[in-house]
Design a protein around this ligand. Structure first.
Ligand code: OAD
Length: 240
């Protein structure tokens, strides 16, 4: 099987997960210190949990949103921004991450399939707005002025990820699919590698260690994203 840096690709799709932001100080979900080791996602990340105990859910996402003030993009985010700027083919970035570190690094178009921490969604009028650092059940929507309808614009367990039609289109025409820093445990994202492969893409996993889906990838690079992504971007830009 060829190596991803030995040939030129017309269309690269990159799926990122929590491991991309880990070295910026944003906790992952399933590593030993991960968020879902400390909290039960069924108490915080489902529509039922929000209906049952909205204060707890607001508090959890308010704390995560506030943490974004203290973190900065790392070398892997910056390398991906450089790839988007300098690669001659198409690069489509889809992320499961709800932080804005790729945008802060200079990526102009990022597909946030699991939503964004810094966005609030009004369940009364359906409009989205920039979230205040902290908001709760008393906060008013800037569009319809109603209070009580704002929720974090995060795709919770049991909800359908955003932009699926666009993602499917990209996967069907990609000739290289790269997954970075994701455990491959949450679908549909975990199935993207298989879809891309069926459509003929070469597939590369960049992760700290072998993920749940490792056997499906053609090629692997194991190690911290700041090293592995930077190195891969260097090589792929040099080879174009
Ligand atoms: P996980 O926490 O499940 O997986 C993170 C992956 O990153 C693991 O495979 C780690 O080995 C790897 N990793 C950790 N540090 C790394 C580093 N420095 N460099 C490279 N890799 C590293 O996170 P996700 O796969 O993103 O959903 O989780 C998927 C979804 O589950 C999230 O989007 C979230 C969660 O429930 C929502 O919040 C909607």
């Amino acid at each position: 099987m060829s190596h991803s840096t030995c040939r030129r690709f017309d269309h690269i799709v990159i799926l990122s997960g929590a491991g991309l932001s880990a070295e910026s100080g944003v906790a992952t979900f399933r590593d030993p210190e991960g968020i879902w080791q400390q909290y039960d996602p069924m108490d915080l990340a489902t529509p039922e949990a929000f209906a049952r105990n909205p204060s707890l859910v607001y508090e959890f996402y308010n704390a995560r949103r506030k943490q974004l003030d203290d973190v900065a993009p790392n070398a892997a985010h910056c390398a991906l921004a450089r790839l988007c700027r300098e690669y001659q083919g198409r690069v489509f970035l889809v992320t499961q991450n709800v932080d804005d570190l790729l945008e802060q690094a200079g990526c102009s178009e990022v597909c946030h399939m699991h939503g964004e921490l810094q966005v609030a969604l009004c369940t009364h009028c359906g409009e989205r707005s920039i979230a205040a650092t902290a908001f709760d059940g008393d906060s008013q929507c800037v569009h319809c002025s109603e209070a009580g309808g704002l929720r974090p614009d995060i795709v919770w367990f049991g909800e359908t990820p955003y932009h699926m039609a666009a993602i499917e289109r990209e996967l069907s025409t990609a000739d290289l699919f790269v997954a970075i820093g994701t455990s491959g445990t949450v679908y549909p994202a975990a199935g993207f590698v298989q879809e891309a492969r069926w459509c003929g893409a070469h597939t590369l996993e960049i992760n700290l260690e072998s993920s749940e889906r490792a056997d499906v990838f053609d090629e692997h690079r194991f190690g911290p994203a700041t090293e592995q992504v930077t190195q891969w971007v260097e090589e792929i830009l040099a080879g174009q």
